[in-house]
Structure formats: C-alpha cells, structure tokens
Design a protein around this ligand. Sequence first.
Ligand SMILES: Cc1cc2nc3c(=O)[nH]c(=O)nc-3n(C[C@H](O)[C@H](O)[C@H](O)COP(=O)(O)OP(=O)(O)OC[C@H]3O[C@@H](n4cnc5c(N)ncnc54)[C@H](O)[C@@H]3O)c2cc1C
Length: 382
Amino acid sequence: MRNSADICIIGGGISGVAIGYFLLKNGAKNVVILERDYLAAGATGRCGAGIRQQWGLELNCVMSKYSCEFFENAEEELKYNGDIEFHQDGYLLLISNDVEHEQMRKNVILQNKLGIKSELLTCDEAKQHIPYLNTENLVGAAFHNKDGHLNPFHTTQAFADAFKRLGGEIITGITVTGITTSGGRVTGVETDKGNILTETVVNAAGGWSQQVAEMAGVSLPLYSERHNILVTEPVEPTLGPMVMSFSLNLYCQQSPHGSFIMGRTDDNQPRDLRQTPYSGFPELMAKTVVDLMPPLANLRMLRQWAGMYNMSPDKAAIYSKAPEVEGFYTAAGYSGHGFMMAPATGLSMTEMILGLTPTLPWQKMDVTRFEKGDLLLEPSVV
Ligand SMILES: Cc1cc2nc3c(=O)[nH]c(=O)nc-3n(C[C@H](O)[C@H](O)[C@H](O)COP(=O)(O)OP(=O)(O)OC[C@H]3O[C@@H](n4cnc5c(N)ncnc54)[C@H](O)[C@@H]3O)c2cc1C
C-alpha cells in the first residue's frame, strides 16, 4: 500500500468521490480515497436519491441548481459508460395548510428569480400530475419539472471511474483509525492497513464524520439519526413526479423499473450510528402514504432498510476547514439532501482546499457560522 499522499479523502460515498473528481479536474495530484467498506456503503447507497431545486433558502437553490445542471450532463462530463438514470419527472411538493402555502408562495418567487421555473398549483392542477392523489386535506402544491431522481450506485460509480481515470486511487476495505497531527497541523492518517503520510485530510465520512473529526482533535457540532425507507414490488408506471409533503414528513417516488420507494421522518428514531431498520416503520409509512395515494394500498412491500442522516444544528451542511487543525477539512451534516448536492460539494471543497475563487457561496457554510449566529435555516425540509 502507498505510504504517502498529497490529499487523503476519508469516505467513499457520493461526497468523497465527487470531491476527489473535482480536485483532480482542477489540478490536484496524488489524491487517495479511503473507504472502510465498499463504495456507497453508507447513506449514499441507502438514500432516495431525489434531486430538487425547490428550496426556501437562496443558498440551497443556488447549490442545487448547479448540481442539477451538472447531473443533466454528468454522463458526458464524467465519460461514464453506464446509465446514471437521471429521470426529470419533477417534484410535486404538497401543501397542507395556509402557513405552508404562504411559505411555498415565497419559495416560488425566490426560485423564479434565480432561474428555477417552479410554479404553484391548485389541488385540481396537482391531480393532473397524479389523478389518484387524495387532495381532501391539501390546499395546493408546488411543482418543478426539472427535479427528479437518480440511481445512487451508478452515480457514485460514474464519479469514481472519472476520478480513477484522472489518476486518483480508491482503496476500499480500509478503515481509518487515527489522524496524526504535529504543531497544530495534519501529518498523516493511520489505518488498519498501515499509515499514510499526508498534510491534507478531507473528512467525507457521512454519519461517522464527527468520529473521524475527533481522531484529529477537531470538534464538530454534528450528530446522526436513523431514517427508514422501503421499496415495493415493481408495477406499471403510474407516478411521474416525486411526491413530498413537509407536514407529513414524507417522500415517495416510482423508480424507472416500477418499484415505489418511500420514506418518512420519524422523530422517535435513535440519534446514534445504528443502521438496523425499525420494525414499526412499514406500518407507519403505509398509513401515511395510503391516505394520500389510496391505490398504493394494493402494493406489496419487498424490503425495508435504514441509513443515517448526518445533522448539524441548523440542519444545513458544513463545508469547512477546521479552525483548530491546519489541513483538516470537512464536508458533512447534509441532513436528507447530501446526495443531490454532491456536485456542489465537490466543487466547493475543491475551491476551498486549492484556494480557488468561489463559484458558489460555500463560505457561508463554514463551521464558524454557529458561533457567529449566521445560521442557514431552510424552511422546506423533511
Ligand atoms: C433513508 C435516506 C434517504 C435519503 N434520501 C435522500 C434524497 O432523496 N436525496 C438526497 O439528496 N439525499 C438523501 N439522503 C441523504 C444522503 O443519502 C446523504 O446526505 C449523502 O448520501 C451523504 O453522502 P456522503 O458521501 O457524505 O456520506 P456516506 O454515503 O455515508 O459515505 C460515508 C462513507 O465513509 C465511510 N467511512 C466512515 N468512517 C470511515 C473510516 N473511519 N474509515 C474509512 N471509511 C469510513 C463509510 O463506510 C461510508 O461509505 C437520504 C439519506 C437517507 C438515510
């Protein structure tokens, strides 16, 4: 195994491979990705892989617009031989009450100003997208036709292949066990396969990023919480857009091969590193989704699983160098939207590490925002 690297990225999820790709594309050399398991073994391979540009915070709109447009051309950009399965069937955001309606109205004005052509819909217009939608308890919806979903495994592989083509190395089955520092700066990484000398470490360890930071003596205000998700048997296509409700805390989509994939936030789930699925989830999920889309009652569930949302105090990501240890960088804390932001993550972290002019407003995502009180409070999340 190699014993030195210019940059060590810890974590082979979507963030790690996207950062690796953008680093090499922008001239970095001798970059290695260290992954304990297999690529996409963490939240990336467990996620809904939904992509939306409909946000209430300008920062999120700008980051997600950049990312969505990247994904539209990703197969060419990354020269991928496979299909990342980017289906832009839109996101239908359901509105349950007047307060939500007012928020969504403001969101749409902001999005339109930023070039995101979303629109507010009446219940009847929402039913044109999903004729069997039960609108009894809804007051309307918002829709944007460029939103959609991807295949998370193919997308990770596409970045990984491009990273390797540009000269990067990915080592899987290797666990980082320690990070050495001297005089307040990173000097190396300790692993179960030997040590690697390096002056730059990028923490892209998802749900485990707080633990990885602690290895370097860096304290991050992050925690992880379990989120459950399930998939049904495949059936004929009946659901175009991803359906999302902030008040019911749910999302539901039909994948290209016909299975429905759905999840919902449940405040009773543990805030730790558990990824074992919760046995009460299918019933909870079924009750919520069947009320909204009654024909789904006829579907059989195939399996359920769980993964971690990595959370910061304002539920927005941290893109930051560590104030206390030179050479230690973190990209984590995405809550439930780190997959869709991966191109923005890759570009932003690259510009930060290589000292390039910011394309995106990533400086606002620095960890120091918590002590300054400059929180990034997104009103529209599940
Ligand atoms: C149920 C669910 C649904 C979601 N739905 C969506 C969605 O629709 N859209 C969206 O944008 N986002 C969604 N998310 C969030 C999204 O999955 C994550 O934000 C994103 O995948 C984070 O990617 P990552 O690469 O940062 O972390 P991860 O994918 O978790 O990767 C971190 C990697 O680090 C490795 N690692 C950890 N510690 C070490 C170590 N010591 N040594 C070596 N390797 C280590 C892990 O094995 C892991 O592979 C969802 C998440 C969940 C759980």
